[in-house]
Ligand binder design. Structure first.
Ligand SMILES: Nc1ncnc2c1ncn2[C@@H]1O[C@H](COP(=O)(O)OP(=O)(O)OP(=O)(O)O)[C@@H](O)[C@H]1O
Ligand SMILES: [Mg+2]
Length: 264
C-alpha cells in the first residue's frame, strides 16, 4: 500500500477535493484498490460519500484504541475499489487525549493500526485538516508521498516553511522515506497572478510542482454541493480532465522514481 498525504496548513485550498477525486480516479479509472482516510474533524470527505455519522466508528478510534477493529472502522463506499475511514468532531477529543496519553507511542498509532490491512490496498489517500496536530503527524509518519494543494492568492505561500519544518522533523525522526512529491496548483485561472504565482513556486521557492494544474471550474464547486466526485458529476469539465491528468502524472512520477531506484 502506497500512502499519499494531502496536506497544507492553509484552509480552503482544495485538499478535500483533491483527496476525494484522486482516490475516486485511482479506484474507478485505474482499477486500483484504494483506502481513503478522512483525517479532518470537519468530516467533509466523509460527507462526500454519505458516510458522516456519530453512530459508526471513525478515524478517532485509530488514535485512541490499542487494537481497533478495522472491520468496524473501514466503511464501503458505492465504488467497488474504494473504501473510507470516516471522521467527525470526535477527532477533536481524540487528538487531545492522544497528546496527554504517553503510555504508548503517540506518533505511530495510524501506522501500527493499519499494518494488518496494508496488503489489501494499492493506495491510501489521506485528507488532512489545515493544521498540524498529533493525528496529522500520524498521517505523515505512515505516508510515502506528500502532495501540497496550493491555491494562488496573496497569502498562498503562508505556512509552507512551517509545514516543511514539520515534514523534515518527521523525516528525520520517524519516516526517512517520506517524499514531497509536489505542490499541485488548484483553482487555476488563466491570468497573470496565477501564472506568476506558479512560476514563483517553481523558481524562487524551489518546491517541486506538478506540471498539471487544476482549473477553476464552477462544476467543481457544484460537485461538492452534489456530494459527487467530479468525474461523475461532470466528466468533461476542465477540473475533471485536470484531475485525471494529475493522477496520470503522479503515477508516471512513481514509476520513474521506481526505475531510477532499480538503476542505482
Ligand atoms: N477547481 C476548482 N474550481 C472551483 N472551485 C473549487 C475548485 N477546487 C476547490 N473548489 C472549491 O473551493 C472550496 C474549498 O475546497 P476544499 O473543501 O476541497 O478545500 P480544503 O483545503 O479541503 O478546505 P479545508 O481546509 O476547510 O478542509 C470548496 O467550496 C470547493 O468546491
Ligand atoms: Mg478539507
Amino acid at each position: 500500500m502506497r500512502t499519499i498525504c494531502i496536506i497544507n496548513l492553509k484552509g480552503g485550498v482544495a485538499k478535500t477535493l483533491t483527496a476525494v477525486n484522486m482516490a475516486h480516479i485511482l479506484a474507478t479509472v485505474h482499477n486500483r484498490r484504494v483506502l481513503l482516510i478522512d483525517n479532518d474533524k470537519q468530516g467533509n470527505t466523509s460527507k462526500m460519500f454519505g458516510l458522516h455519522s456519530y453512530d459508526e466508528k471513525s478515524v478517532s478510534d485509530l488514535l485512541t484504541e490499542k487494537n481497533p477493529d478495522l472491520d468496524e472502522i473501514i466503511a464501503d463506499t458505492r465504488y467497488k475499489f474504494l473504501d473510507l475511514i470516516p471522521a467527525n468532531m470526535n477527532l477533536l477529543d481524540a487528538n487531545k487525549m492522544t497528546m496527554i496519553d504517553s503510555s504508548w507511542q503517540r506518533e505511530t498509532r495510524f501506522k501500527k493500526a493499519l499494518q494488518p490491512i496494508s496488503g489489501d490496498y494499492d493506495y491510501c489517500v489521506i485528507d488532512n485538516a489545515p493544521d498540524i496536530n498529533i493525528g496529522i503527524i500520524n498521517a505523515l509518519v505512515m505516508s510515502d508521498d506528500i502532495i501540497i494543494p496550493i491555491k494562488i492568492d496573496p497569502f498562498a505561500f503562508d505556512g509552507l516553511k512551517e509545514l516543511q519544518r514539520h515534514i523534515d522533523s518527521v523525516k528525520e525522526d520517524l519516516n526517512p522515506e517520506l517524499c514531497l512529491m509536489g505542490c499541485l496548483v488548484t483553482c487555476y485561472s488563466r491570468n497573470d497572478v496565477n501564472a506568476q504565482g506558479e512560476e514563483h513556486l517553481r523558481t524562487q521557492l524551489k518546491y517541486p510542482v506538478f506540471a498539471t494544474h487544476i482549473r477553476r471550474t464552477e462544476k467543481a464547486d457544484e460537485s461538492t454541493f452534489a456530494t459527487m466526485p467530479i468525474l461523475e458529476y461532470s466528466p468533461r469539465c476542465g477540473a475533471a480532465r485536470d484531475y485525471q491528468s494529475f493522477v496520470r502524472e503522479y503515477l508516471e512520477k512513481l514509476s520513474d522514481s521506481d526505475t531510477n531506484h532499480k538503476k542505482k
